[in-house]
Ligand binder design. Sequence first.
Ligand code: DSN
Length: 428
Amino acid sequence: MSQPYFGADYAALQSFDPEVADVLLGEVDRLRSGLQLIASENMSSPAVIAALGSTLTNKYAEGYPGRRYYGGCEVVDVAENLAIERCKSLLGADHANVQPHSGASANQAVYGAFMQPGDTILAMALPMGGHLTHGTKVSFSGKWFNAVHYGVDKNTEDIDYDEVERLAKEHKPKIICAGGSAIPRLIDFEFFRRVADEVGAILWVDAAHFIGLVAGQAIPSPVPHADVVTFTTHKVLRGPRSGALVCKEEHAKALDKAVFPMMQGGPQMHTIAAKAVNFKECASADYQAYAKQVIANAQQLATSLGEKGIRPTTGGTDTHLSLHDLQGVQVTGADAEKRADAAGIVLNKNAIPFDPQKPNVASGIRVGAPCVTTQGMGTEEMKVIADLIHRAITQGDGTAEHSVAQDVRAEVTDLVTRFPAYPEPTAG
Ligand code: DSN
């Protein structure tokens, strides 16, 4: 069976380990048969997956191109240099480090470069849209550093900029962090830069969620304003599951040392090659059109769900995701996630600002458009999807046998047949 999007040699895997080969097929089947609305996911290209499934996984290459701790790195050096140069050019950055294994690893490097244990960081609170690595108590960032958190304004549900300025002046943090995992609106980077300068802080933008929109020139860039920008490469960007960072030249040495040897050992050269491929893809006019369509689709989803009583927080979105308050339809986030799943729609429960529920129940859902846009869907399909979500979560009971779940799943099947996630696996 020829499956080019599985990487090097699916036939060899199938013959040696049919159980794992079936898992790979099963996941393609899952992606092909449902709607993927998780805002942090996407579907990478056959070219990216080919680079991931390559012999570059074999190579130890601790260090940086031209300065490795192992011999035989002359080939992987080419991959890393391509990734670095393409990343810098794509984002207009002075310096790029493409070795972080993930967004969390890139974030660790920021702490490593600029903070000592006990130093203070000012960042967005997780229940307000921030991230685990921005100083939550369960993460290294909250255990080893003093984290002060800002939230959102009660009325606008957008970042409380007055609170940011007040807390920055009161606590004089070493780092101010902007960015998070559930922020539907554009962030005012100029404001954060001004406040950071006033209190002598490093400005770190965690752009994991929206860097793909920046790369596609669909929203303003944090790069001219921030000292360092960290990101994942697998969200809107549509690359391999990994991370990276860009920074001003003056911080290059400190951040490189923080990535390796402070936080990581050997880089994953197959993933770095896949990042190089991805950065090339993102420099194309097609990708720019994609990024703009992601936003148009997310806005349509937010509007259409809102019209059905599933209120978008902040009144809508400027990005690839919207966050919805389910209290108006009297469903919890956990129930909504389960009922949608039973009908073939994959999304996640999410805390909304000032959520009365516990995080594992939550009063909201987060809905993202990156995957369905990769599949070629447009705003007309978003209207249909909003209707399917509404029916599934307000009328279903969380089982796949329920008649509403079955009806919705039939319509999901019709949509994904017209807009397939990946080609159908073929024999041969
Ligand atoms: N887990 C990611 C997300 O879903 O937003 C963030 O790390």
